[in-house]
Design a protein around this ligand. Structure first.
Ligand SMILES: Cc1cc2nc3c(=O)[nH]c(=O)nc-3n(C[C@H](O)[C@H](O)[C@H](O)COP(=O)(O)OP(=O)(O)OC[C@H]3O[C@@H](n4cnc5c(N)ncnc54)[C@H](O)[C@@H]3O)c2cc1C
Length: 413
């Protein structure tokens, strides 16, 4: 017997809205209900990117794009291939929302306001008759022929397709209903995207000084990142640090955020090659000052490093001893800072961990354990570095789920 199929979307955030709206466009016969447990819709979209919403990243090579996901880099490729930055730009353009790329590749609406994105989704949801219930979430579900959902207001609801897009959370307890009802394993959630606290920083007083390219590594952790560094009141920040925090999120958690951080201010050199360069420079141009030799470092930082190794930055190279040159090479290529704790970066954080990807068909985003159950967005064990990659993962995974649900619904009609 043919009846109207129902899709329920758990979570009225980025992935939930995108999945719901696209399923509605692709299969108008489907009845779609978004359940949002809070009274706020698209809350993170609204506050994202400092109120500007960094929608995606201007990167059109899917392999390179996928490299921005410490968790999910291989598994996401298929979803990103089908629905990457190019497709989201086109999707918004069709709805008269133009996106622009900044120099570093981040893409924002031309309006510079996240409200443009929020309004676009709300308008599309209204246009395609997506029903939205807020203040009520899913507490549990059972799957027989159909899903029977138990809602947080103790009522029940039946549906044929369930898309779980409830976002990330640092508390494992928030995933319990998912694992209890579906049997899915949850990779324990941890925070990603943070800056490093260096309470005994030798760079105190240099807040605001930035270096365009340093290589940062962590003692006993295999990841390293090259990029801009910013010295802050509480330690170090900037793209290199935030990216490293994402790649090393789990290892740093295990070390309770206590770790030796190494900074190489000349990423193309190591201590030995740099020392040899200093020695040969001293032999060839003994009258050159250090100041002239390393002009790429900001003056205040150069001065501080020279103070630490007890060298006058204006002194001629010829007057600097081997011991001093060696110390200088060490400080400039392997400066050690002691990290003790972390600080959230501009309140932007993502969760590393969530529903394990091994149990999901990453082409369709359907559960391998429960048929017609789908997952999208940050609830999955997927997270990206800053720059629009987290929203891009939400769009790509929810679009994959919407395409599958819509075609399955049509087959069943
Ligand atoms: C301050 C801040 C700024 C950010 N800026 C950017 C940015 O500019 N670019 C970028 O790419 N990423 C950014 N991020 C990350 C990005 O916001 C998230 O990765 C993205 O919102 C994930 O989308 P989602 O739909 O999976 O989850 P969410 O947007 O978190 O939505 C999940 C929704 O599900 C609801 N929910 C939870 N449990 C239930 C339940 N049981 N039943 C029903 N509903 C439930 C929640 O209330 C929530 O509304 C930012 C994050 C923060 C915190």
């Amino acid at each position: 017997m043919s009846y109207q199929r129902i899709m329920v979307v758990a979570g009225g955030g980025a992935a939930g809205f995108f999945g719901a709206v696209n399923a509605a466009i692709l299969c108008p016969e489907l009845k779609i209900i978004i359940l949002e447990k809070t009274h706020k819709l698209l809350a993170k979209v609204r506050i994202s990117g400092g109120g500007r919403c960094n929608v995606t990243h201007a990167c059109y090579d899917n392999r390179l794009l996928a490299e921005n996901y410490p968790r999910g880099n291989k598994e996401l490729r298929s979803a990103l291939q089908k629905f990457g930055p190019k497709e989201i730009i086109e999707w918004f353009a069709l709805r008269n929302v133009k996106l622009k790329a900044e120099e570093d590749g981040r893409m924002f609406p031309v309006s510079n306001s996240s409200e443009t994105i929020v309004n676009c989704y709300l308008n599309e949801a209204a246009k395609y008759k997506v029903e939205i219930k807020n203040g009520v979430g899913i507490a549990a579900f059972q799957k027989n022929e159909r899903f029977t959902l138990t809602l947080t207001d103790k009522t029940t609801l039946e549906c044929d397709y369930l898309l779980i897009s409830t976002g990330g959370s640092p508390a494992l307890s928030n995933y319990k209903w998912i694992s209890d009802c579906s049997g899915h394993r949850i990779v324990p959630p941890l925070p990603s995207l943070f800056t490093f606290n260096i309470p005994d920083s030798p760079f105190l007083g240099l807040e605001g000084v930035s270096v365009p390219a340093v290589k940062v590594s962590l003692n006993g952790i295999k990841h390293d990142v090259t990029g801009p560094l910013l010295i802050t009141h509480w330690g170090v920040s900037g793209p290199a640090i935030i990216r490293l925090s994402a790649w090393a999120a789990r290892e740093l958690y295990e070390k309770d955020y206590n770790c030796m951080v190494k900074i190489n201010f000349f990423p193309e050199e190591n201590t030995e090659t740099f020392k040899q360069k200093l020695i040969s420079e001293r032999a060839q141009s003994p009258h050159t000052s250090l100041q002239q030799l390393i002009p790429s470092l900001p003056q205040r930082l150069r001065q501080r490093i020279c103070e630490i190794v007890n060298v006058n930055p204006n002194a001629a190279l010829g007057s600097i001893s081997n011991v001093q040159l060696n110390q200088l090479a060490v400080k400039l290529t392997a400066f050690e800072l002691t990290m003790k704790g972390k600080t959230t970066f501009k309140d932007e954080f993502v969760t590393s961990g969530g529903v394990t990807l091994k149990e999901i068909n990453m082409q369709t985003m359907e559960s391998k354990l429960v048929s017609n159950l789908f997952f999208a967005g940050e609830v999955l064990d997927v997270d990206g570095v800053t720059g629009g990659f987290n929203f891009q993962a939400a769009w790509a995974t929810s679009m994959a789920a919407a395409l599958t649900i819509a075609s399955r619904c049509k087959e069943n009609m």
